[in-house]
Design a protein around this ligand. Structure first.
Ligand SMILES: *Cc1c(COP(=O)(O)O)cnc(C)c1O
Length: 365
């Protein structure tokens, strides 16, 4: 990574290695064992940029994109991406017209929302493609068993009317990384019950999906027809103690602004994603070695203790990267901040300039 030149006149940048995204896509497709691959690009592609990540993953064989919000779905369409997109989080009383007109699939977990989607679809003049969501135990916006039966019945009626098409039946696992968790096995068992109920009700969706990154990689029985991968696509190993060979795609670097004695000023603060609570624990990398953050973390900058390293203003400090050259990783920051790597990656702020390495840049290195 040090052979990549620094962007001109930039304080801090996040270099996104699209070659790593392509590698992770290939690895996940292989792990999916014949299931289709949905690339989850919510929260601006976990901070990496939804559109470049989506394009790279689709070119590598992913067939679906997953987003949380309607705005995220419409941003993909505005960029000219016409691959199937699933959306699962929207306000009460949402007007589904714009996303339906854009051909976006909608997750639905109760009858009243299904009816609203169907009514908006009729206005749009094309059937809505919906994925019915079951609550298998995560308790985050799925249908519980009694609602599930009513939902199936309503969906079948609306399918007959031509207002909706049930494309998917799905749920989300809360603890897929931990096979010792009894709740995980209970969720898998309940999902089978929900599927059986759908069969009995005559709702035959082509896509059954349950697995996130961790489940895709180590729980083959959860892969079904489609897997939804987020964190692994960005190169973070999702199962503690196991290495699948993923490549972290993001490197965050900043230029030393000034040096005073043994202290160097680095223009990365909590607004840029250095968690405030890592004070006293975290280090950056400068001149190939780790330098601890000294003193307080402010909104715009931190100070690091460089000892007697011959650091000059303009030298490049690395906050996080793949870890292959001794720099800290997103997993290290997660440990220091008592959180998960998802929060570290999505916390990299908007003024850290995103810069993309394409496959050809990598080949030229
Ligand atoms: C965020 C999200 C994912 C991706 O999960 P990872 O653990 O990052 O792979 C998959 N499905 C849904 C519904 C999500 O919200």
């Amino acid at each position: 990574m040090t052979s990549v030149s620094y962007g001109l006149d930039v304080l801090a940048e996040a270099v996104i290695d699209l070659g790593a995204i392509a590698h992770n896509t290939e690895l996940l497709l292989r792990a999916a064992g014949g299931a289709e691959l949905m690339t989850v690009v919510k929260a601006d592609g976990f901070g990496h940029g939804a559109v470049p990540v989506a394009r790279t993953a689709l070119a590598g064989g992913a067939t679906w994109l997953g987003v949380a919000t309607p705005g995220e779905a419409l941003d993909l369409r505005a960029a000219g991406i016409d691959a199937p997109v699933l959306l699962w989080l929207y306000p009460p009383d949402h007007d589904f017209g714009p996303v339906l007109a854009a051909g976006v699939d909608v997750s639905v977990a109760d009858v009243s929302v299904l009816k609203a989607v169907a009514a908006d679809a009729v206005k749009t003049g094309r059937p809505a493609s919906v994925h019915l969501k079951a609550d298998t135990g995560m308790s985050r916006g799925g249908a519980v068993p009694s609602e599930w039966l009513r939902l199936l019945e309503a969906a079948r009626g609306l399918e007959e009317d031509g207002a909706v098409r049930v494309t998917g039946l799905w749920s989300h696992l809360a603890t897929a990384e931990d096979t010792t968790d009894a709740g995980l096995h209970e969720q898998i068992r309940r999902f089978a019950d929900f599927r059986r109920a759908a069969q009995t009700a005559g709702v035959l969706a082509p896509l059954i999906h349950l697995a996130n990154s961790a489940a895709t990689l180590h729980l083959p029985q959860t892969r079904h027809d489609l897997v939804r991968t987020g964190i692994a696509l960005y190169g973070i190993e999702p199962v503690p103690g196991r290495i699948f060979g993923l490549s972290p795609a993001m490197t965050v670097r900043a230029r030393v602004v000034s040096v005073s004695g043994s202290l160097a000023q680095i223009p990365l603060g909590f607004a840029d994603g250095i968690p405030w609570r890592v004070a006293g624990r975290a280090s950056l990398q400068l001149h190939g070695v780790r330098v601890p953050i000294a003193g307080r973390i402010t909104m715009d900058e931190v100070v690091v203790d460089i000892g007697d390293l011959p650091v000059q203003p303009g030298d490049v400090a690395v906050m996080l990267g793949p870890g292959t050259s001794g720099e800290p990783t997103a997993a290290d920051w997660a440990r220091w901040a008592d959180t998960n790597p998802h929060e570290i990656l999505t916390g990299i702020g908007p003024r850290v300039v995103r810069r993309y390495l394409s496959h050809s840049d990598l080949a030229a290195r």
